[in-house]
Design a protein around this ligand. Structure first.
Ligand SMILES: [Zn+2]
Length: 338
């Protein structure tokens, strides 16, 4: 089949690779209904994360099961499924504690920017729908696989609840999903920190009540003005840079919570500053599998439309253009049709 391979920074090719096969008896092979490019795919694309040779890209996926290994019990060929970007057994102590992204058998999904993909630990990883969903729901279901699940986790660990005041740092796709999640969880006030017009509009459409375009100290001052010097209950840090993390910590009120879901690159924290700041911090790769059944139901009910975050749709064969568009910020997130 033809699939997406990244050879190095800026070098994404759509080329012939071996068809995926059942390797372990717990594997499934799915035919992708659609796939997409993640903001985290841009780290190696921009050379900001070391990569070792050609990599089969893609970890956000939904599709139809075409084959299962002999030990797979809970999904069968013909079913429509969504899975997390972290594969997990869903039975180990960490999974049972709700942290499937730290599963003792954890693997990170790869190879999903392709027509077919192998999903390890299929029983634990995949969630099937009762029926084949209509095609107009595919982008929204695809979004639950990572980007919505990650924004949701950010809001969850930032302790967002009914009536909360919230700041979302970062207007990438995850930040925008964080706004949507905070709104859905009942937040009263959602301040989106965004400098880009189109993203500000989308943030408002997802439920942002205020926009702060300033960054750094000026951005913190602006949030302080908006909250009468108190700070907010919950902050979602959806970038992963030092500036974003500093902004996140300083926008929270004492006793407030920071959910950080941007993969930190070069972020350091001062122990004593954290001690006196009195903020809760929780982050990491989102245990999307915990939220997946609920998020899929909210999409199937028509209650959530996270797929609005895709502002560019391309055929899979044009995946390299999708990377370019996202790298150059011409696109928030690119959907690839298979
Ligand atoms: Zn596990």
């Amino acid at each position: 089949m033809l699939a997406t391979v990244m050879y190095g920074p800026g070098d994404v090719r759509f080329e012939n690779v071996d068809d995926p096969e059942i390797v372990e008896p717990t594997d499934a092979i799915i035919k992708l209904s659609a796939t997409c490019i993640c903001g985290s795919d841009l780290w190696p694309y921009r050379g900001l994360q070391p990569s070792q040779g050609p990599a089969h890209m893609g970890h956000e996926y939904c599709g139809v099961v075409v084959e299962v290994g002999r030990d797979v019990r809970t999904v069968r060929p013909g079913q429509f499924v969504v899975g997390s970007f972290c594969v997990s057994d869903n039975t180990c102590p960490h999974c049972k504690f709700g942290f499937q992204s730290s599963c003792v058998q954890r693997e990170f999904m790869t190879g999903a920017q392709a027509p077919y993909a192998r999903v390890p630990l299929a029983d634990g990883t995949l969630v099937a729908t009762a029926e084949m969903p209509p095609s107009d729901l595919i982008p929204h279901l695809l979004a639950t696989s990572d980007v919505l699940g990650t924004g949701w986790y950010g809001a969850d660990v930032a302790n967002v609840r009914a009536g909360s005041t919230v700041v979302v740092v970062g207007d990438g796709a995850v930040g925008l999903m964080g706004v949507l999640a905070a709104k859905e969880m009942g937040a009263d006030r959602i301040i989106a920190m965004s400098r880009h017009r189109a993203r500000q509009e989308l943030a408002k459409a997802f439920g942002a009540t205020d926009i702060v375009a300033e960054r750094g100290d000026t951005g913190i001052d602006r949030v302080n003005e908006l909250t009468r010097g108190i700070g907010v209950d919950s902050v979602l840090e959806c970038v992963g840079t030092q500036e974003a993390m500093t902004q996140a910590i300083n926008c929270a009120r004492p006793g407030g919570s920071i959910g950080y879901v941007g993969v930190p690159h070069g972020v350091t924290l001062d122990g004593q500053a954290i001690f006196f700041a009195q903020r809760r911090m929780m982050g990491g790769p989102a245990p999307v599998r915990r939220f997946l059944p609920d998020l899929m139901n909210r999409v199937l009910d028509g209650r959530l439309k996270p797929g609005r975050v895709f502002d560019l749709t391309l055929p899979l064969a044009d995946v390299a253009e999708g990377y370019r568009a996202m790298d150059q910020r011409r696109s928030i997130k690119a959907l690839l049709t298979v």
